[in-house]
Design a protein around this ligand. Structure first.
Ligand SMILES: NC(=O)c1ccc[n+]([C@@H]2O[C@H](COP(=O)([O-])OP(=O)(O)OC[C@H]3O[C@@H](n4cnc5c(N)ncnc54)[C@H](O)[C@@H]3O)[C@@H](O)[C@H]2O)c1
Ligand SMILES: O=C(O)C(=O)C[C@]1(C(=O)O)C=C[C@@H](O)C=C1
Length: 308
């Protein structure tokens, strides 16, 4: 096994993403000692019991002391407070990154808290599940998934390359993007879809109560996916919507317009509108597969190697 990319890594927040990073770093021999901290005593106890982290500390400052890489893996709304808590204990020249689902808010909240000379490189792995907490992580979570890095300071380019190697070592494909673009893209691909899933499950639940039918029991595959997504962590998603407000509202506005147009087509019996719309969306899915852009598709690796 080659030398670790970082001698010392600190994970702040010990939930799904941090625990998956820990197991993935251990799998690849990517980090020397990994320390960890979570705000709740119960989470720290669980982490110690399952061997999550080489050392679980009772304060964030203790966890980051001497770390070459500090990973903020807490809900987006808590990032600023955590940065303030660790700032004085950071090793000069270390890198601080985060894994938050929203980037502009995290940059605005974290960057002003960090001392001069610390490299702040925001990040976001596009991988997750509906589970949360220290016991939900697994080493394979990032395999063949994207991780977006959002560099904010050109003086950090050497450290960006190093962080990129860490994510690649954990199995991810890495791209760089600016924060505003990230937040708009994610509003389309992740945030609005989550809100729609939450809403559909709420609607089905209301219906069940009203009609006493078995809406959820007999749900088909598509709706089952909605219920899985709607089981995601309420704190995390509350924070996502509150901190990516503008982009999410923009996408939801467009979504509502399209929905009304489809609703009208159904009411007026405009089958042509429905057929054309579904033909267009089917072509989009097929185009994604042909371009080798679906990381779940079996031939993704081949398409990437062919430079698509
Ligand atoms: N779950 C996903 O699918 C997913 C995917 C990519 C990125 N993310 C992002 O990763 C981050 C972590 O998400 P997760 O799914 O691992 O969450 P999680 O709920 O599994 O874990 C969050 C951890 O943070 C701790 N925590 C909360 N507030 C804290 C504070 N003030 N100080 C210290 N610790 C604190 C909690 O105790 C918990 O251990 C979030 O910002 C989220 O947006 C999540
Ligand atoms: O698979 C899931 O459960 C997810 O919702 C993961 C998912 C996503 O929307 O794709 C959720 C939030 C993240 O910020 C990144 C990934």
């Amino acid at each position: 096994m080659s030398a670790p990319i970082y001698d010392r890594v600190a994970l702040i927040g010990l939930g799904l993403i941090a625990s998956s990073m820990f197991w993935a770093m251990k799998r690849g021999g990517l980090a020397g000692e990994v320390t960890g901290y979570a705000r709740s005593e119960a989470t720290r106890e669980t982490a110690r019991r399952i061997g999550l982290c080489d050392r679980v500390c009772d304060s964030a400052a203790e966890a980051v002391a001497d770390a070459d890489l500090v990973v903020l893996a807490v809900p987006v709304g808590a990032m600023g407070a955590v940065a303030r808590e660790i700032a004085a204990a950071l090793k000069p020249g270390c890198t601080v990154t985060d894994v938050g689902s929203v980037k502009k808010h995290v940059i605005d909240a974290v960057a002003p808290e960090l001392p001069e000379g610390v490299h702040f490189i925001p990040g976001h792995p596009l991988a997750g599940t509906e589970h949360s907490g220290p016991e939900s992580g697994f080493a394979e979570l990032f395999d063949n998934r994207w991780c977006l890095l959002v560099p904010v300071d050109c003086r950090s380019s050497g450290q960006v390359a190093r962080l990129r190697s860490l994510w690649e070592g954990m199995g991810a494909h890495v791209d760089e993007m600016d924060a505003e673009h990230h937040d708009l893209v994610l509003a389309v691909t992740s945030h609005a879809p989550h809100l729609i899933a939450y809403t559909m499950v709420g609607v089905a639940d209301d219906l069940r109560r009203v009609t006493d039918s078995e809406v959820i029991k007999y749900s088909a595959a598509g709706f089952r996916d909605f219920t899985r997504i709607a089981a995601s962590d309420p704190t995390m998603w509350r924070d996502v919507f509150l901190t990516n407000k503008d982009a999410t509202l923009e996408i939801l506005g467009r979504f509502t317009e399209e929905l009304f147009a489809l609703q009208r087509a159904i009411r007026t019996g405009d089958g042509q509108h429905l057929f054309d719309y579904f033909t267009r969306t089917r072509a989009i899915r097929r185009g994604i597969i042909e371009a080798g852009q679906d990381t779940d598709a079996p031939d993704f690796g081949r398409a990437k190697r062919a430079g698509k």
